[in-house]
Design a protein around this ligand. Structure first.
Ligand code: ZN
Length: 319
């Protein structure tokens, strides 16, 4: 793993990731009480050995998991065992971690849900497989200390940033935002609709970006990629990006109902593997649900099948 010293005594540890983007950052935050470790990397088979080597001579007093995605939560139980430190996690996020990673029925639940959104059965079956690939690499900590927005951990304020994950938490102190996957420098964080997720993740995400603009941090330290020196500018750019994508999604709607799967080809192209199609469909759906709430699309549910149409042009003209 790779070390980097950052401003304000913060240390970055880069963990390998077998999938794109090939790495994920954890951060060590200095405090009165000792070090707070933010995120843990994916639970590769040698995660315990790697972490005990990395943390030799460093007193970690707590571990915070920013969200339950495999590359952030995966080695949480390993690092807790290595350090003896308690794990902190948001309440909703822990509930979702259990629902997704602690539930053998979940891959089937996801596949059934994709079927309702027009994904052909063979592709839905393939999605079960690609979803199960992560299971051996996730060792989340059972019964973490549950925390929420506005609480402080050794001087760091916890800030809710739902969107990329419903329970995504960031930390803020002296203008430095540990942004996890809420704000990334080059990549637009995925914002998908999933079964049992909050109903309007893209609306959540845009509000979270607006909150970032209000908080006006001077530096953001993301889960992937380099530090972001203009977090406010980046938040504005991401809002603009999603406004444009909403326009593309709206323009793809017709009077004939189209499914999220079908429309994902308009937004993300035809050339995607199953794992990527999974995210493309989820992200297309988050845009469609936002359009429904902005009265720019209509959702239809018929016999367990969900599809979307354009808002009637006549109604919009007369509105
Ligand atoms: Zn994530």
């Amino acid at each position: 793993m790779l070390w980097m010293e950052l401003p304000d005594g913060i240390r970055r540890i880069t963990c390998p990731l077998p999938t794109r983007p090939g790495h994920v950052h954890a951060y060590l935050l200095p405090g009165e009480e000792g070090w707070t470790l933010v995120d843990t990397g994916i639970g590769l088979p040698d995660a315990s050995e790697r972490w005990s080597a990395e943390l030799e001579g460093i007193e970690v007093v707590r571990i915070l998991v920013t969200h339950f995605h495999p590359d952030h939560i995966g080695a949480a139980a390993d690092v807790a065992a290595v350090t003896g430190a308690p794990v902190y996690e948001g309440e909703l996020d822990y509930a979702q971690a259990r629902m997704v990673w602690g539930n053998p029925e979940w891959p089937q639940r996801i596949a059934d849900w994709f079927l309702t959104h027009g994904v052909p059965r063979p592709i839905a079956e393939e999605l079960i497989e690609s979803g199960s690939v992560y299971a051996p690499f996730i060792r989340y900590q059972p019964d973490p200390a549950l925390v929420s927005h506005g609480e402080h951990l050794d001087g760091w304020e916890l800030v809710d940033a739902p969107g990329h994950a419903d329970g995504q938490l960031c930390l803020l102190k002296d203008g430095v935002l540990i942004s996890a996957d809420h704000l990334l420098g080059r990549i637009s964080p995925t914002v998908g609709l999933w079964p049992e997720s909050r109903p309007d993740p893209l609306g959540d995400y845009i509000r979270s970006l607006e909150r970032t603009i209000e908080l006006a941090p001077r530096l953001a330290l993301p889960g992937h990629g380099e530090p972001i020196v203009d977090p406010v500018g980046r938040a504005h750019a991401l809002i603009e990006h999603h406004r444009e994508r909403l326009g593309v999604a709206e323009a793809s709607l017709t009077a004939t109902p189209r499914t999220g799967y079908d429309l994902s080809f308009e937004l993300f192209g035809a050339d995607l593997k199953a794992a990527s199609r999974r995210f493309a469909v989820a992200e297309t759906l988050s845009h469609l649900e936002r359009l429904v709430r902005e009265e720019r699309a209509v959702r239809h549910e018929d016999d367990g099948a969900v599809a979307y149409t354009a808002r009637q042009l006549g109604r919009r003209a007369s509105a």
